[in-house]
Design a protein around this ligand. Structure first.
Ligand code: SF4
Length: 257
């Protein structure tokens, strides 16, 4: 189902969980597409989206001459990644959720249509009443907030309200694993450039193409593209900031899973 039709239907039926049959069929089709692809290099497990590059230490995520992606573009990326097997999505939103108005529709689409777990990576602990109310409307068990060590403790109160809260900048003694081969990650910058992963976001030597020009499955299968990071000296002292597999590991450790 195309996203536009989904939103039209949601407005008509007025209840976000009363999904029409056609969406269920879409999910089934998605799952069938994934069956038999578990060992395929084109399998995606994590979507890593940078809705903005504000506040990033290490440059920006795209070409300045390219327009930022719109809602339909982002939902198409979620659809394609889900069809390739994605289960988790982490979205970098910068300092404030109110600066990223697309985020709520992206989260609803990811959770309600594709059953994804969704993480929102913030660079501050500033949440408005409206932000908290909107967070409470998401599927809380499958929603997690990600923030650095300085901000994370003041977001912990949301755990009592059913959300997960993760620290983005883990230390190496906190079970962080280092890798040089981002696996099963679809990492997209604000202007639609795909990168090997967030560690090298904005570095053209690790650019994999533009999502508006290439199918994600073709990018992942293209062995001529830089899917590995050879220069290990670039790894930060702490673990890679908000890397989705590390955040998932953290949630699982805390849940005892
Ligand atoms: S961000 Fe770091 S840990 Fe994550 S995939 Fe990239 S290199 Fe590996």
């Amino acid at each position: 189902m195309k996203a536009k039709h989904y939103w039209e239907q949601q407005e008509r039926i007025g209840h976000p969980f009363d999904l029409p049959q056609r969406i269920s069929e879409g999910i089934d089709a998605c799952r069938k597409n994934v069956e038999g692809k578990s060992a395929d290099s084109a399998t995606v497990r994590y979507i890593w989206i940078y809705l903005t590059d504000d506040g990033l230490r290490h440059g920006h995520g795209g070409h300045d001459d390219q327009p930022e992606l719109n809602l339909d573009d982002w939902l198409n990326i979620i659809d394609e990644s889900a069809a390739l097997g994605a289960e988790w999505m982490v979205v970098y939103v910068g300092a404030s959720l109110s600066h990223a108005p697309l985020i709520w529709r992206m989260c609803s689409w990811a959770q309600e249509v594709h059953d994804l777990n969704v993480g929102l990576h913030l660079t501050s602990n500033c949440l408005s009443e409206d932000d908290i109310e909107r967070l409470m409307r998401l599927d809380r068990e499958r929603t997690f907030l990600v923030a650095d060590e300085t901000a994370v403790s003041s977001l912990r109160f949301l755990e009592e309200r059913g959300l997960h809260v993760c620290q983005s900048d883990l230390h190496l003694d906190e079970g962080v694993t280092r890798c040089n081969k981002p696996a099963n990650i679809a990492c997209v910058g604000p202007n639609g450039q795909l990168f090997s992963c967030g560690l090298v976001l904005g570095e053209q030597e690790y650019a994999l193409g533009d999502v508006r020009d290439k199918r994600l499955s073709d990018v992942l299968r293209d062995e001529s593209l830089p899917h590995t990071i050879e220069d290990t000296s670039r790894f930060p002292e702490h673990g890679c900031d908000a890397c989705p597999p590390l955040m998932v590991e953290q949630i699982r450790r805390r849940d005892g899973g």
